[in-house]
Each structure stands twice: as C-alpha cells, then as structure tokens.
Ligand binder design. Sequence first.
Ligand SMILES: Cc1cc2nc3c(=O)[nH]c(=O)nc-3n(C[C@H](O)[C@H](O)[C@H](O)COP(=O)(O)OP(=O)(O)OC[C@H]3O[C@@H](n4cnc5c(N)ncnc54)[C@H](O)[C@@H]3O)c2cc1C
Length: 430
Amino acid sequence: MSAALDIRSAALAAPRPIDLPIFDPAAFRLDAKTAALADQARDLAREVFAARAPTYDREARFPVENYRDLHAAGLLAICIPERLGGLGADFRAYSIAAAEIGRFCGATALSWNMHVCSTLWSGPIVDGLDLAASEREEHHRRRDLHYRRIVEEGAIYSQPFSEGGAAAAGGAAFETRAVPTAGGWLVSGKKIFASLSGHADYYGILCTEVGDDQKASRRNTLYLAIPSGADGVSVTGEWDPLGMRGTVSRTLLFKDVFVPEDAALMPRGAYMQAASRWPHMFLTLSPTYLGLAQAAYDFTVTYLRGEMPGTPPVKRRQYPTKQIAVAEMRVKLEGLKTLWLQAITEARPDPSKDSVLRAWAAQYSVMEGAHDIARLAIRTCGGQAMLKSLPLERIFRDSRCGALMLPWTAELCIDRIGRAALYEPGETDE
Ligand SMILES: Cc1cc2nc3c(=O)[nH]c(=O)nc-3n(C[C@H](O)[C@H](O)[C@H](O)COP(=O)(O)OP(=O)(O)OC[C@H]3O[C@@H](n4cnc5c(N)ncnc54)[C@H](O)[C@@H]3O)c2cc1C
C-alpha cells in the first residue's frame, strides 16, 4: 500500500473525538472497573442524553427522562456497594464516570452529582471516619434503607445546603434548624439554589441540631434526608438562570417538618468530622466541569475539521491562528486533566497539607479552566459555531457556573491556597 493510501485509510478510521474516553485507560492506568464504568456513562450520555440536552436547557426543565435511564442502567446506584445491588464505584471511578456525563449534558451530570454524593458521603466517606461501634452499626442499618430505595425504587436524592449566608462556605452554623422531638426532629429553614427541587424524592439537607436554650454550633450539623412530600415542605421561586438550567435549582422551604431518626444520612457529628478529615468530599462538583472542558475542546476539533453534524462541511483547520488556538486549548486541557486526576486519586481521610493544596488547585483550575476553554472555542470556531442549534453556546454558559459553587468557589480556593501555603496551623504575624 502506498504512503498516500495509508494516510487516507487512517483518516477514514479516525474515531470521533466524542467516542474516545477523556482518560485513556492504558495511558492513565485505570483499572478495568473504572474504565468500564466510564465507558458505560459515556455511551449513555452520548447516545441518549446529548440529544435531549438542548430541550432541558431551553425550557429550564429537569431531565426526568435521563434519571429514568440512569436508574435503568444502575447508575443511580453507582456508589452503592455491589452486595446491596449497586455498582460499587469508589470516589475516583465515580468522578471519572461523572466527567463523561458532563461532556454531553452538564445539568444532568451536576444534579446527578448531588444524588450520588448522598451515597458517597454516607458510604465510603463515613467508612473512613472514627465512630463508636454502636454508631457505625446504627448508621449501616439506616443507610441500607436509603440505598434500597435507590436501587429498588429509583429514589432520587438531592443536596440542598446553600442558604445565602456564610454556612455553605463553612463560616457559620446552618440557619436551618432541627429541634429534637419524639422519634426525630422538627426541621425549619430555607435552602436556596436547591438543584433537583420539585424532582428529588428526598432533600438531603445540612442543618443545625438545637435543643432548648442551646446555641447553634457547627459541631451540631446534621445531614438529614427529608421526604419531598412531607408536610411543611414547599418549593418556591422562579428558575431562569444563565446556565445549568436543567438543574432546576429553586428555593426550598421547611416549616416544622417532622423528620424521623432514620432520615439521618450521617451519624451525629460525622459531617463536621468529614469536612475536616475528608476535604476531597468537596471536590465532587468538579467532574461535571472537567467534562465540559473536554466537550468544548472536542467541539472545536470537530468543527474546524468540517465534521460537525448539522453544519456545512467547511474546513477551517488550515488557518495558523486556529491551529494555535487549538494548541492553546489542548495545553490547558492536558493540564486540567492531569492535575484533576492526581487530586481525585489522592482522595482519602487525613490527607497531607500538600494534598489538600493540590485538591484546591485542581478545583480552581477546572472551574475556571472549563470556561476559559469554552471562551477560546467560541472565539476560534467563529460566529456560526455559537448558534443555539449547536451545543457550544450551552457549554459556554454551563461552564460559567462552576466557579460559583460553594464551599470551594474559585475565590475561596485562591483564598485558602494563599493562606495555607504561607502559614502553618496556629501561626500568626503578631
Ligand atoms: C447551577 C447551580 C446549581 C446549584 N446547586 C446547588 C445545590 O444543589 N445545592 C447547594 O447547596 N447549592 C447549590 N448551588 C449554590 C452554590 O453552591 C452557591 O451557594 C451559590 O452559587 C452562592 O450564591 P450567592 O449569591 O449566595 O453567593 P455568595 O455566597 O455571596 O458568594 C459569592 C462569592 O463570594 C465568595 N464568598 C462566599 N462566602 C465567602 C466567605 N465566607 N469568605 C470569603 N468569600 C466568600 C465566594 O467566592 C462566592 O463565589 C448551585 C449554584 C448554581 C449556580
């Protein structure tokens, strides 16, 4: 075969960027299970979710159909142990699978993250904490109830923590209060930006347990799954945001809602222990945005090659400025991917200071970097590429939201990195 023919047949066989995994299993040394879960997530998102994403975005509508498919595929139970009917993914395997979904529908990946974290936090994260044997036994009994609902009934959980004050940033006790009562608590309060509002079966809230005459303290934070249909629960407000429109993150109100003891997703005191000893738990919002960064890059390569479905087959790759822009995007993307993969690989209880600094750096880089790559994609591909008939402008809008997510917003990451790099615990300049 001549060299010319060789090149042509290689070009014909070239896979589409969207068919390739974000992390090549051989290059990034993924184990077989992690690679298989990533493939499963990518196939479902590419074949099914990608086509639905424009409608959810346009109508700011929750991806109900995607959630049915996630349940049918077992992916609602991705982090539930296999012995209970789940897929048994660990932190890293889940994060990589979530990035693959984020490539095709950011809003589904982001809200799915809230759901999955209910099982990840009550599962592997609590398993790494110090608990009395009786507490652990009780916790296992309770979490099995929640896991069974997810596996058998397709129950959906959310994580509405934000209240608009300093609590979600870790600076104060949550204002949503749980007052002990016979058999459980009476919960009252308000959560803003509650993704999956009106669609989750259980709202997994953080709140402060306060007895009579007791002062609210962060140490008394509880993590409770409130049934969405319970008396005293309501959803209010409009939802018409710039991006991540399919998350339907409206406001939740709780007024003297009775919540039984079995609703606890973590034992008393465990959330604060986890927040200080398992900091990577807050890195779980980043996979969605790594997926969006990859999507913006994939779009650009496909578009400049004149291979974007629904557009004329006009090649634009021959212009040096476009080649330089793609190179710049590739350099940024490779940096995000390697830093991020390293950070999620280090997730464990009691990480070193160096490891925590890297986790903040990874979060900052992905949340800001995804939007930066999307910005370059729009500038480079040109005007016709940002029409609403194509996914790039949605990727651009969705990617803008990453840096705003508490508790590790881009600003807070920078703030913490600077302080932790220059000061050891307890050091002051007095
Ligand atoms: C699409 C989308 C979906 C979301 N879904 C959820 C969800 O499901 N659950 C949930 O709990 N939240 C969710 N959020 C909310 C998110 O995590 C933030 O709580 C929210 O964006 C904060 O908005 P704010 O106006 O209160 O900003 P502020 O809290 O005022 O923050 C503005 C900026 O100020 C800085 N800042 C805030 N607090 C401090 C501080 N103590 N010290 C220093 N700097 C600080 C941060 O950098 C922050 O970016 C979602 C947000 C978006 C955009």
